[in-house]
Write a protein that binds this ligand. Structure first.
Ligand SMILES: *Cc1c(COP(=O)(O)O)cnc(C)c1O
Length: 209
């Protein structure tokens, strides 16, 4: 067994244990392997071990890997979405994780229409109100959600956050709770369905679950 297959097995065990603690069905959790900066051979090993979802944050780096890996791999764009990259990104990525303003959402919707696509997207929330991070402020999202969901070319999957850096994994918990509560509130107030939360990284994915 390759080192990567072994590590994926350990992560799967930890996901299962975290789900047991949280009373969740492991089938409701999806692992996106963040493959930015990793060589394509490592991705091939991961694919051979059954990992078919990868996260990339730079278009150019991703494009090279996308051409070299099987077409059933699903690519997630987790980087900051730049206007001038949207047209090239959309046909290559299954999911865009960081729609961080109404303006970029509306532009992505327009490009999707021109391209004949219905991209899956997440709305990024700046939970910690950090100037260094992108995303909607919670109040901003409360007032703009109606307009965002009216962009019919975008299939809005849910909310995404990158919490402020903390000293340990547990420090992220209040921010994850905040995102989940905001999601529940938006669903209840707007009669909409935002089924997924995109959150958790290597250090805190069990807390996110
Ligand atoms: C790099 C990156 C990750 C992965 O971080 P790890 O700590 O390596 O898990 C997750 N999300 C985003 C948005 C990233 O840019």
């Amino acid at each position: 067994m390759s080192g990567i297959a072994e590590n994926l097995g350990k992560v799967a065990d930890r996901i299962e244990a975290a789900c047991a603690r949280a009373g969740r069905d492991p089938a409701t959790v999806e692992l996106i392997a963040v493959s930015k900066t990793c060589p394509v051979d490592s991705l091939r090993e991961a694919v051979d071990a059954g990992q078919l979802q990868f996260g990339e944050s730079k278009l150019q780096e991703a494009e090279c890997k996308i051409t070299l890996l099987p077409s059933h791999v699903r690519w997630h764009f987790i980087g900051r979405l730049q206007r001038n990259k949207v047209r090239k990104l959309l046909p290559q990525f299954a999911v865009i994780h960081a729609i961080d303003s109404f303006r970029i959402a509306a532009f992505t919707d327009e490009v999707a229409r021109e391209s004949g696509l219905f991209p899956k997207v997440f709305l990024q929330v700046n939970v910690g109100g950090e100037v260094s991070k992108g995303g909607f402020e919670p109040d901003e999202l409360r007032s703009e959600i109606g307009g965002l969901l009216a962009l019919k070319r975008l299939e809005t999957m849910g909310l995404m956050c990158i919490p402020p850096a903390g000293s340990n994994a547990e420090a992220a918990r209040p921010w994850f709770i905040m995102l989940r509560n905001l999601r529940d509130e938006l669903e209840a107030d707007n009669g909409v369905f935002l089924p997924f939360l995109s959150m958790g990284m290597s250090d805190d994915y069990e807390v996110a679950i």
